[in-house]
Structure formats: structure tokens, C-alpha cells
Design a protein around this ligand. Structure first.
Ligand code: TEU
Length: 520
């Protein structure tokens, strides 16, 4: 009776548990806090929640470094608390999507502890180990996303191991079928506990080039999408990811999901310029992933031409594929701050962007706090917790500015997030945007989010319809038609800073950041 296609067009609310609601008074959010506040997600009218990692972890990368795939970290609670999250979500009619960080584990995981102990132990090949070059240097030129080489020397094995992120996040060796089996077992563990879907962290990093070939330099004219200080973006990552063997693993994963009813997968593809092709191949058919999540609209660019170009390129590359779009998440500066131009109003940007998101073809993700119009927090170096930011400060300030706590009650300490000092400060200007204030304010950003999500839910053309770009408008206008079941809507958005008149007989005027959705 559950619709196996529930994920098509669905809206997902991303919860970052560490910053959602603290119930234990340690300044860190937890799973009981998620249970307590889930009704907020339901009140938005989303279909699902995605929980960022709550698994056992030394938290070097805030839980994206898992030391036990089948347990909850005590910081967040217990497995019973997780079961309560699932139960409460289902009671509220919400699906539960959890984050699976399968590409790498923590260096504290028993698999890695065993693997690094010798070159001959049963798990010696579970990670990516390689000898030094004759001169003692790393096996090849691969770089880590978080800075420096992707190789770390291990004094016991007298070999290097590979890590795409922190050195404490060793990369699992997907060429070994035992590794694949073990990871699929952990996925099965959560399926059996009733989760409805998986967000697959860095899915395009799963399989590395078995020949360990050097990455070529970036083709001329292609810029970096990461801070100047970090050379990662100046290499073309052809060989350390996007390996064809990955499709074999994804097919195995999908086959596992198919043995259950109505479970879905969304693969995170952070692959810069190649992302659309990657999404196309990962989602091209019922034996691959259901959806992919890209970073295309998580970028600093904000213009009609940019978004139009991405829609166009995607429709061309993957007409059958399924994207999950997002403007904000726990990795990038909050979009209202990222896109706002001088003298522009935060609320106007928040309203415009959710209207746009709700009109895109695909599924959509909303990141906790964006429904309040929260801005990027301006933190001092002493406040930082993100190792990526700590490393590249001040050229790059890291990801803590978008990870500050949710604000629930204007009148309570720390906006009602915690009675203790929160792990990241709650910016004073966020308090005025607390849920309880916006709840009772007609026309607040929060209520506008509810209205836009309702508009999407009630219109098949927006949920699952086709998309066709419409030409002939001002260069600052993005216009397209969505169509399904005999319903056709014209969606138009003015990205410019001047009022424009739409082409055509009616010639409606759209102010800056104005938009309209109407039958055509
Ligand atoms: O992010 C993967 C990814 O593409 C990021 O490295 C991104 O490029 C970076 O955060 C800059 O915006 C996932 C998780 O979302 C992130 O939180 C983890 O740190 C990372 O994987 C490693 O697990």
C-alpha cells in the first residue's frame, strides 16, 4: 500500500542532530531532541526527514567519521532513542532517511585498527594501502578535499593509506568484495530497523582507481570551487573517483533495497564540473540509485542564467534521471547570506528561493533553519569546531557558520536549544527569528515556507511534471513551464535587482526577487 515512488518529487527536511535540540543539558543536540521537535518538520508539510550522522564516532568530522556503523553515539543517545525517532516520524507521516558514510570510516573503527596492524591480517586489504615511491614519497599526486595529500604514512605497516578527507577518515577499499558485503550488512541493519531511505555520503568517492594513476591537472579555464588556500580544486579528479566499478556496487545496493518495500536512496555527488554526467549514470535506470544530490545550486552563483544552464544541462544529460536539489546544507554558507546583494532583504531572498526550489523538477531538500531565514553565523576563530575551517582560516572560514543551533523559543536561553552553553554559539540576530515568533506571524518566512510546500504538494505539475524552459524574457528572468496530468504552470523568477516586465500580452511586472506561478 505504500507508494514505492514516494521519493519522486518529495520534499526532505535535513536535520543536523547536533544542532537541533538538546535534551540532556550538555550543549549538544540529541535523538530525544529530534523526537521532541519532529512535529515542527511535519508542520512544514515535508514528506521526509534526513538525519545527519548520529552513529558511534570520535567526531573528528562531526560524525562523518563512523567508528561503528550499527550503533548510536552516546552523545546522541541509544538505539532505543533511534527507534523512537522512527516511530514518531511514522506516526506523523514522515519518512526517515539516514546518512550512510560508507566511503570511509573513522580510524577508530575496529576494521581499520585491525587493518593497520600488519600487512597480513584478514582485514589488511579493507582499506587503500600502498607502498611509498622509491624516494619515500606518497604513491601518487592525489589530494585530500580537506587539504594536503590524500595519503598518510603508517609507521607500523610502513605503507601509506588513502583518505579523501581527514587522515582520520581512511578510505575503504571497495575493490574488496568482503568490504562491500560488510557495508551492505550495515545498510540491512538499518533497513530492518525501519528506515525509509539513505543519503549516501560522497557516493562518487566509493571506488578508487586500482592502478593508482596520477590525477591530471585541471583543464585550462576551469576554476576551483574550493578556497584558494586548498589546491584540491586545481586537480582533475579523474582517477580517484568516478570509477565505472562503482556502478556494480550501486546495483548491489539497489537490489538490497528492492527486497524491502518502498525504500529509497539519494547519492551525494560533490563532483564539481562532472556532476551532471555522474548523476546521469548513477540514476539511469531501476537498477541504480533513485536520486542524486548535487552541489550545483549550493554554489555562490546566483543568476537566472546560472540556474537555467544547470536545468538545461541536466535535462540534456539525464532526462530520465532524478536530482534532489538543495540551496543550503551543513557544508556550505546559508544561501540567504551567500546570495544576498547589498541593500537586499533577507526575508525577500528567503521567500524567493523557496518558491524557486518548490518549482524545480526533481526532489528537494530544505536544511534546518532555512525555513526561518537564518543567516550565516559570523563566528570567531575561537568558536570554530570544523577541522576544515580551522585548517584554512581565514581564507576559508569552514562550515560552522551554517551549523549553529536551531532557535525555537525567543524567550528562552539559547533560543530554547539548550539550557547549557551550546557547542556553537547561537547568534543574537537568530533569536528574533525563532520558531515561536514566526509561527504566530502571518506572512513570516516560516509560514511562507509552509505555503510554498503546500503549493508544491498540491500540484502534480510541480511534483512530478515535465519542465520546459521558456525563452524571450529579460535576461534576469528564469522562466519555465511545468506540466503533468493536463495541468500546465508557468513559473517565472526575477533574479535581477531591477523590476522587469514579463514578455507577452499580460506583461506582468516582477519586482526584484519577485516571482509568479500561474496556469498557462
Ligand atoms: O561532504 C562531501 C563533500 O563534497 C564536501 O567535502 C564538500 O565539498 C565540503 O564540505 C565543502 O563544502 C560530505 C559531508 O556532507 C561532509 O559534511 C563531510 O565532511 C564529508 O562528506 C566527508 O564525510
Amino acid at each position: 500500500e505504500t507508494d514505492r515512488d514516494w521519493w519522486r518529487g518529495c520534499s526532505i527536511y535535513q536535520i543536523y542532530p547536533r544542532s537541533f535540540q538538546d535534551t540532556t543539558g550538555d550543549g549538544v543536540g540529541d535523538l530525544k531532541g529530534v523526537v521532541r521537535r519532529l512535529h515542527h518538520a511535519a508542520s512544514l508539510g515535508v514528506d521526509a526527514v534526513w538525519l545527519s550522522p548520529f552513529f558511534k564516532s570520535p567526531m573528528a568530522d562531526m560524525g562523518y567519521d563512523v567508528s561503528d556503523y550499527c550503533d548510536v553515539d552516546p552523545l546522541f543517545g541509544t538505539l532505543a532513542d533511534f527507534d523512537a525517532v522512527v516511530e514518531e516520524a511514522h506516526r506523523l507521516g514522515l519518512k526517515v532517511i539516514i546518512d550512510q558514510v560508507l566511503s570511509h570510516s573513522s580510524d577508530q573503527h575496529t576494521w581499520f585498527v585491525e587493518s593497520r596492524a600488519s600487512r597480513t591480517n584478514p582485514k589488511s586489504d579493507w582499506y587503500v594501502w600502498a607502498d611509498a615511491k622509491p624516494d619515500g614519497t606518497a604513491p601518487n599526486n592525489w589530494l585530500s578535499v580537506f587539504g594536503g595529500p590524500a595519503w598518510e604514512w603508517d609507521a607500523v605497516r610502513r605503507q601509506y593509506y588513502m583518505h579523501n578527507f581527514l587522515a582520520s577518515q581512511p578510505d575503504l577499499n571497495f575493490h574488496n568484495p568482503d568490504v562491500q558485503d560488510a557495508l551492505l550488512d550495515s545498510v540491512r541493519f538499518w533497513l530492518d530497523r525501519g528506515v525509509d531511505g539513505f543519503r549516501l555520503d560522497t557516493v562518487n568517492h566509493y571506488v578508487h582507481d586500482a592502478l593508482l594513476r596520477d590525477n591530471p591537472p585541471l583543464p585550462k579555464g576551469r576554476g576551483s570551487d574550493v578556497p584558494e588556500a586548498n589546491p584540491y580544486g586545481f586537480q582533475d579528479h579523474v582517477y580517484d573517483k568516478t570509477q565505472p566499478e562503482n556502478l556494480v556496487f550501486l546495483t548491489r545496493l539497489r537490489a538490497l533495497l528492492e527486497t524491502y518495500d518502498a525504500r529509497a536512496s539519494v547519492g551525494e555527488v560533490g563532483d564539481g564540473h562532472r556532476s551532471l554526467q555522474t548523476v546521469a549514470s548513477y540514476t539511469s535506470g531501476p537498477e541504480r540509485l533513485h536520486m542524486c544530490y548535487t552541489f550545483d545550486l549550493l554554489s555562490p552563483e546566483f543568476s537566472a542564467a546560472y540556474v537555467r544552464g544547470h536545468i538545461e544541462a541536466f535535462e540534456e544529460a539525464a532526462p530520465e534521471g532524478w536530482v534532489c536539489w538543495a540551496f543550503s546544507n551543513h557544508d556550505v554558507p546559508r544561501h540567504v547570506s551567500r546570495w544576498l546583494r547589498p541593500d537586499e532583504d533577507v526575508d525577500a531572498m528567503a521567500r524567493f528561493s523557496i518558491a524557486l526550489l518548490c518549482c524545480l523538477r526533481g526532489s528537494i531538500c530544505i536544511y534546518q533553519g532555512e525555513e526561518l531565514g537564518l543567516t550565516e553565523a559570523d563566528l570567531a576563530f575561537e568558536d570554530l569546531r570544523d577541522p576544515y575551517g580551522i585548517r584554512f582560516w581565514p581564507g576559508y572560514k569552514g562550515r560552522d557558520g551554517c551549523r549553529t543551533p536551531m532557535v525555537w523559543d525567543e524567550g528562552e536561553a539559547n533560543g530554547g536549544f539548550s539550557t547549557a552553553k551550546p557547542w556553537l554559539p547561537v547568534p543574537a540576530e537568530h533569536i528574533a527569528r525563532a520558531v515561536d515568533v514566526q509561527d504566530k506571524t502571518a506572512g513570516s518566512v516560516l509560514n511562507h515556507y509552509r505555503a510554498m510546500l503546500k503549493m508544491r504538494r498540491e500540484r502534480p505539475a510541480l511534483m512530478r511534471g515535465t519542465i520546459r524552459l521558456v525563452d524571450g524574457h529579460d535576461k534576469d528572468v528564469l522562466a519555465f513551464e511545468r506540466e503533468a496530468e493536463g495541468e500546465r504552470l508557468l513559473c517565472a523568477f526575477n533574479f535581477g535587482t531591477e523590476t522587469v516586465r514579463l514578455a507577452g500580452p499580460e506583461g506582468t511586472e516582477l519586482p526584484p526577487l519577485g516571482w509568479q506561478v500561474k496556469p498557462s
